[in-house]
Design a protein around this ligand. Structure first.
Ligand SMILES: C[S@@+](CC[C@H](N)C(=O)[O-])C[C@H]1O[C@@H](n2cnc3c(N)ncnc32)[C@H](O)[C@@H]1O
Length: 233
């Protein structure tokens, strides 16, 4: 529905095309502009409910013979949408803030990590702008930490350290994150001062970074996406 409670263009288009939410058009725009998902990609979708990005991700893989995999994780239990999804899509009900990096890697094909990590996670919005921005930045940092490994982050401290993951276990993993070298990462954030630092961090870790406010983002929303392409080896 639109911000004022009336169905808007993207809501109606989602219904017409069989997407479970209008957010599908955000990933479709990213895919059109940045071509993040290619045939054979392995995609991790953090905060996947109700499943519109699962649909677009699977569609972007092309026919089943192209292989590839899509793994979605959410606090909510998600039934894989029947439309636009096939047997390459699976979902896990879990709190991303509590999952460890090696648990995430275990979900990837042959435990080799993912070629694309998407985070559309957002906190329950309180309406207090600064509080919501901090919570959103925490979720974004967790996605970054899971993707690249805590050791790759300049200020890897307790805020971004995964729960239950000691420094020893990080070094035992060789600071490996769930994202393969050369892979792409998308993080949803709410606009604030803090996110500039996240952008700077990603700039040093990836070949190219861009900020995108998709056309399907509601005018009242402060959301913005950090698109990171080509994780450096
Ligand atoms: C905007 S929705 C995602 C929409 C989804 N990309 C789609 O297109 O259908 C944000 C999701 O993030 C999830 N989320 C928030 N915090 C989370 C956490 N700590 N672990 C897992 N999921 C989380 C929420 O449950 C919510 O379903």
């Amino acid at each position: 529905m639109g911000g004022a409670g009336t169905p808007d263009f993207f809501y109606r288009e989602a219904q017409r095309l069989g997407y479970v939410a209008r957010s599908a058009f955000k990933l479709l725009q990213m895919q059109k502009q940045y071509k993040l998902i290619t045939p054979g990609s392995s995609i991790l979708d953090l905060g996947c409910a109700p499943g519109a990005w699962l649909q677009v991700a699977c569609q972007s893989l092309g026919p089943l013979k192209n292989n590839g995999a899509v793994v979605g994780i959410d606090l909510k239990k998600v039934k894989v949408p029947a439309m636009h999804c096939d047997s390459r899509v699976q979902t896990v009900c879990a709190d991303v803030m509590k999952l460890q990096r090696d648990q995430i890697r275990d979900l990837s094909p042959q435990q080799k990590g993912f070629s694309v990590v998407l985070s559309d996670m957002c906190p329950l919005v309180s309406g207090i702008t600064t509080r919501d921005a901090v919570l959103s930045a925490e979720l974004g940092l967790r996605a970054l930490n899971l993707a690249v490994g805590g050791g790759a982050l300049p200020h890897s401290d307790d805020n971004v350290q995964l729960d239950g993951q000691s420094d020893d276990s990080v070094s035992a993993l060789g600071n490996n994150g769930a994202l393969q070298p050369g892979g792409h990462l998308v993080i949803k954030l709410l606009e604030s001062e803090e996110i500039k630092e996240i952008g700077q961090t990603c700039k040093s870790l990836f070949r190219k970074t861009s900020w995108l406010r998709p056309k399907a983002t509601r005018s009242c929303s402060r959301e913005i996406y950090l698109i990171c392409q080509g994780l450096r080896h």
